[in-house]
Design a protein around this ligand. Structure first.
Ligand code: MLT
Length: 244
């Protein structure tokens, strides 16, 4: 089986997704926030593309938390921004979180157009994602959201970390063949940052922007490698934990 990396979700084609397991990364911060909300017991996360969609969803449902960002900041009228630190169990347990972000929620919805299954990846659940990837019988595509149409260091390193975790746990079992040199490059890059992704987040342009906006603590949180095993799945418009 093959594993490949898409550096920027906007360039993805249906053929690249067809029938595969897709793992979506927007580690600063959408997918980290979603993994955190799910790990903290929310009922489901609904990723939507526009603010209008989010508001329309909330109008027809009770017990909804509206979250997300524009220009990395709280959207007027929403309950929560896009900091994973806001998605505590006190705020989200048992509730529906509707979230819209600049890149991440688009990437998730785009990946669902063709992939057999979509899971949500981050540094927090890299090891759990690798286990899920290993369980799959299909080819795998690691979809990086990137930032505004450009490759982002943090998502590429996260994809590389999953490849490293895979190599660790797959020893002796059937290995995945790299579908492109980007897989090799991302693994090498992840090897450079080794077990601590925080310097990568600090090196990244989006990380620097977030720190300048006062979100430096988010970088530390988003860098917590393997702090949860939760691997949320996006299916039929909802992100949930699937029980076997
Ligand atoms: C996004 O989806 O573009 C990001 O999560 C933006 C952010 O860091 O708030």
């Amino acid at each position: 089986m093959k594993i490949d990396i898409i550096p920027v979700f906007g360039n993805i084609t249906r053929e690249q997704l067809n029938g595969k397991l897709a793992v979506v990364f927007d580690v600063l911060r959408a997918t980290t926030t979603i993994v955190t909300a799910v790990a903290n017991g929310c009922k489901e996360v609904i990723p939507v593309v526009t603010v209008e969609e989010a508001l329309a969803y909330a109008e027809n449902q009770a017990n909804v938390i509206l979250g997300g960002e524009r220009e990395s900041l709280l959207i007027p009228g929403f309950h929560l921004g896009n900091s994973p630190l806001e998605y505590t169990s006190e705020r989200v347990k048992g509730r529906t979180v509707v979230i819209t972000t600049t890149n991440g929620t688009h990437a998730i919805r785009r990946a669902a157009q063709g992939a057999a299954k979509v899971i949500i990846g981050s540094f927090l659940n890299a090891g759990g994602v690798a286990k899920e990837v290993l369980r799959t019988e299909s080819d795998v595509v690691l979809v990086c959201a990137g930032t505004r149409g450009k490759l982002s260091l943090e998502d590429t390193v996260a994809a590389g970390m999953v490849c490293r975790e895979l190599a660790k746990i797959a020893r002796g079992k059937e290995a995945f063949l790299p579908g492109s040199d980007l897989v090799v490059a991302a693994c090498r890059l992840a090897g450079f940052y080794k077990e601590d992704p925080l310097p990568a987040l600090k090196d990244s342009l989006h990380g620097q922007k977030l720190a300048a906006l006062g979100f430096a603590e988010d970088l530390a949180f988003c860098s917590r490698l393997n702090s949860t095993e939760v691997t949320p799945v996006f299916r039929d418009g909802r992100i949930i934990v699937e029980t076997e």
